[in-house]
Design a protein around this ligand. Sequence first.
Ligand SMILES: [Fe+2]
Ligand SMILES: [Fe+2]
Length: 327
Amino acid sequence: MSICVGDIKTMAKGQPIRGVYLLSGFEIRSGGQNGRYGSARLSDRSGKIEARIWELPDDPAWLSEMPVVFIEGEYCPYQGVPQVRISRLAAVPDEQLKAGMLSSLVRVSSHDPRVMWGELTGLVESMGDQRVRAFCDRLIFDDEEVCGRLRVWPAAVAFHHDYVGGLLQHTWEMARMADALAKTAPDINRDLLLAMVCMHDIGKIHEIEVDRLGGPAGFSRQGRLLGHIYIGMAMVDRCGRRYDLDPEVGLALQHAILSHHGSREFGSPLPPKIKEAQILHFLDNMSARREIFATELASVRPGTFSPWVKSIQSEIYLPDFPSGDDQ
Ligand SMILES: [Fe+2]
Ligand SMILES: [Fe+2]
């Protein structure tokens, strides 16, 4: 049985550790008794922890490929930073990675990806406006690489939907809300809003890098230099030109991507100036905030507050209401 990373951090110094973890960020540094040592991070679905390998294997190149490893060692915090000192290390071959082991190593969406994908594509197929649908099909659903990534990519490196399948879950949640909202407010252009939802974070498939198990590993070079807003706008622009699609629809979609964070403070250079783009911004926030509350409340007892939540600049409270069964 592996000791999960979250529990390691609460251990006393010197406690023995053994288990299976994803190893990432490996680099060789100079120092220590042997003149060089390995620095890396160990992770599982509960978190990440720094690790040091004082006795490197003869050929350590494989450690750079983010392997899943079996380790033995001890908990050795250094200058207040939680750290594991690894004394024994072996690769776990892909064929030995059982499904159960994978889900303990990486966080995945709690919703069935086939159901989410089926509902999302069903909503796109129900569009009546072919000019709008053409953008969805050409940019996303006819493109194997884009589809393949949208199905499994995380929506973020941290804060919300930052797990395997997070981008699909975030997009699916918003698409369902958009569909429901359009039923109550007929002045909303449903097809345009749905297309904006599908596309608003599509640039994240190039902005975020994933580790070999599909979890978020950080931002790509393109992501760090351009960001998902620019990347997504460029994808729409390229697609519109390549397939000679309706320029007015393309402009509205690009504006929605540009403005979906709502204000300069949050990374959008212009505020939403199209009704559906304004609604998109609220749907985006709704999905993100719901997820942040749900994640925080998972470790809060009824009738108590959470610790300070940085992303919403507040603590949050779980009311002590009777559950449905008790009523
Ligand atoms: Fe975004
Ligand atoms: Fe989003």
